[in-house]
Design a protein around this ligand. Structure first.
Ligand code: FAD
Length: 367
């Protein structure tokens, strides 16, 4: 009899899953290796308001800024996208993880910190019930159950400076495959007077820290940070595609969030897809425990809802990652001519490109 769900990893995916399970009266316990959940986190938190609403968490406590636009830079050109409304929030990732933990605990989940789970603990958890591996990009759970590899990673490095942004509602993204192949560099106003500078680069093409050092020497950054020492800095990694297998029927295991590679390949954002995967996984786990359903439902439903968009993100990422800087610049010029700034400002969707395409083609009906 499967009586308990052991959730390895106390990031957003693990906590959202724990909250959903505990809220239905299922015995759910989260194991987190860090002393305190969410400390430190070397990741950013730009999330669409629409995506945040799907997670069902009271995220407001973690919001430090809001955004209504982005400047996309490539090959010396710039695309300026502005929306009439606030489209995204910048969240303090430590606070977001704490909010998710508080809600999981309030729902009845148990959380144990300072507990790194290894092979022997995983085996005893398997005897007690089901396992959710929410243990991030380098997943011990995935390795233990031979659930395959994640074929591509980006290495990141970011730092925060005590600087106010010229336009606090706008994030700047810099695409340059000679310098940050596979992802991009960014300047984001995290809060009033806090500017985040970061870089992500494909792991087979370079090192996050070196790419970061190059980026902060560029005029765009150097003029703003003016030789300041960062308030905080750190390296991390982002899985850029799905893991080969995300469930194991026989052993009663699911992978969620970064452990499963549920990340938008265009931006490296994984909180919305990972959080929604956690909710779907909780449904599948409950279905197996109470009705004897298959865990494969988890993958089926996730792919039905998000498969097309995951593929579209991967396609766009492959497309821009293969272009020379000057060709990207020429593409931006062309996009401006064809009205891309207005299009993205009006129909843009940070999470679901398929919705953006639908909105575009249905606009004549909507207008
Ligand atoms: C620089 C950077 C910027 C980003 N910006 C954004 C963004 O703007 N928007 C967005 O949506 N996403 C962003 N992301 C991605 C986002 O951070 C991840 O998708 C998200 O954190 C995944 O959540 P998770 O819970 O799956 O994994 P994690 O947040 O990685 O949590 C996994 C947890 O498991 C714990 N753990 C690991 N192994 C064990 C073990 N053996 N035993 C016990 N505990 C263990 C870890 O300590 C960790 O707390 C960014 C990432 C980076 C690196």
């Amino acid at each position: 009899m499967e009586e308990r769900v052991s959730i390895i990893g106390g990031g957003t995916a693990g906590m959202i899953c724990a909250k959903a399970l505990a809220g239905r009266g299922i015995d759910a316990k989260v194991y987190e290796q860090k002393m305190r959940v969410g400390r430190p986190v070397h990741a950013s938190g730009i999330l669409s308001l629409k995506g945040l609403a799907t997670l069902g968490i009271r995220h407001e406590r973690a919001v430090t800024n809001t955004l209504n636009g982005a400047n996309i830079h490539a090959g010396g050109r710039e695309l300026r996208i502005r929306s009439d409304n606030t489209v995204a929030a910048v969240l303090d990732r430590t606070l977001l993880n704490e909010v998710c933990m508080d809600e999981a605990v309030a729902a009845g989940a148990d959380v144990e910190t300072r507990k790194r789970i290894g092979a022997s603990e995983i085996e005893s958890m398997r005897m007690q019930g089901l396992i959710a591996g929410a243990d991030g990009a380098v997943s011990t759970v995935a390795r233990h159950f031979s659930m395959g590899q994640i074929a591509r990673y980006s290495l990141t490095y970011k730092a925060e400076y005590n600087v106010s942004a010229p336009d606090p509602g706008v994030v700047d993204l810099f695409f340059d495959n000679a310098a940050y192949k596979g992802l991009f560099a960014w300047i984001c106003p995290n809060a009033k007077d806090i500017l985040e500078i970061g870089v992500g680069i494909d792991s087979s093409h370079g090192n996050g820290k070196l790419a970061f050092e190059r980026f902060i020497r560029t005029k765009e950054v150097a003029d703003q940070i003016n030789g300041q020492t960062p308030l905080s800095e750190g390296a991390s990694m982002i899985p850029m595609c799905r893991r080969e297998r995300i469930f194991d029927e026989e052993n009663g295991v699911v992978l969620i969030g970064d452990a499963a590679g549920q990340v938008k390949a265009t931006t490296g954002g994984g909180i919305i897809f990972g959080g929604n995967a956690a909710l779907i996984a909780a449904d599948a786990i409950e279905g197996r425990m109470r009705e004897g359903h298959m865990l494969s439902e988890y993958e089926r439903i996730f792919m039905e809802r998000y498969g097309l968009d995951m593929r579209l993100h991967a396609f766009v990422n492959r497309f821009y990652s293969s272009m020379q800087p000057q060709h990207l610049g020429a593409m931006i010029t062309l996009m401006k001519v064809f009205g891309a700034e207005g299009f993205f400002g009006r129909y843009g969707d940070m999470d679901l490109p398929s919705l953006m395409i639908k909105r575009f083609f249905l606009r004549s009906l909507a207008d």
